[in-house]
Design a protein around this ligand. Structure first.
Ligand code: ZN
Length: 240
């Protein structure tokens, strides 16, 4: 009797350890990684996962001391939201006369295929300086260069963002492929690095093949392969 009790308890103990191990293993589900879950998000002006939110607030406070008021243009985006962007751009470019393939190539200069956006993760955000002059289009590389309104802010970010865990994703490194230079898009590495690792375990090719998006019948195997290698993975090495 005593022995049976002992066995019972230790079996439960083992199950407990195993289940917490498997929870760690699957901390981010496929739906989490593809923007199809509703993750717990924090922030008023922004929506980020807790750890990223806390680090961001610290950085925001520090930036303000130097006269920069970080303004968030975009943070978490769901699959549905990303699909709205995709459909809007697809319609716009095909209406202008681009073939479906050329329209897709044009979209993926700056925007992702729904289900593949880092904005789905609650770790990434697009930011500008709210204290500077606000040009009509905020997210243009030239705004962050030479005498652009956000160039001083960019200098501050170059110096300090990394100390808060934030890194530019789509850098201006020569020969980097995939998305174009985005001096406004930062990622919180302590969360997004493990998320990218989990993301790479997914069968993205199968996922993209079975989606029904505008133009998705043109997602050939070789197109998807190139998209994964260049758009998803050719990013700042600090984030891989
Ligand atoms: Zn972005």
């Amino acid at each position: 009797m005593l022995r049976r009790d002992f066995i019972g308890i230790s079996t439960l103990g083992v199950i407990g350890i195993l289940s917490s191990f498997s929870m760690l293993q699957s901390k981010f589900s496929k739906d989490d990684l593809m923007g199809k879950n509703n993750p717990l998000l924090f922030g008023d002006e922004h929506k980020l996962r807790k750890e990223a939110h806390e680090a961001f607030l610290k950085m925001k406070t520090e930036a303000l001391k130097s006269g920069f008021r970080i303004k968030v243009v975009s943070s978490y985006r769901s699959y549905a939201h990303q699909n709205k962007i995709w459909e809007r751009k697809y319609k716009k470019f095909t209406k202008k006369g681009l073939s479906p393939i050329n329209a897709i190539q044009k979209i993926i200069e700056y925007s992702t295929i729904p289900g593949t956006s880092r904005h789905h993760w609650g770790t990434d955000l697009d930011i500008v300086d709210g204290n500077a002059r606000q040009p009509k289009r905020l997210l243009l590389a030239e705004n962050f260069e030479s005498d652009g309104p956000f160039c001083k802010f960019k200098e501050w970010m170059d110096q300090y963002a990394n100390t808060f865990g934030f890194h530019l994703v789509y850098t201006d490194k020569k020969n980097r492929k995939g998305f174009k230079y985005e001096p406004w898009h930062y990622s919180y590495a302590p969360l997004s690095v493990p998320m990218l690792k989990e993301y790479q375990k997914l069968d993205i090719t199968t996922e993209l093949k079975k989606t029904e998006l505008f133009g998705s019948s043109f997602f050939t195997e070789s197109f998807i392969k190139q998209y994964i290698t260049e758009n998803i993975l050719d990013i700042n090495p600090k984030l891989t």
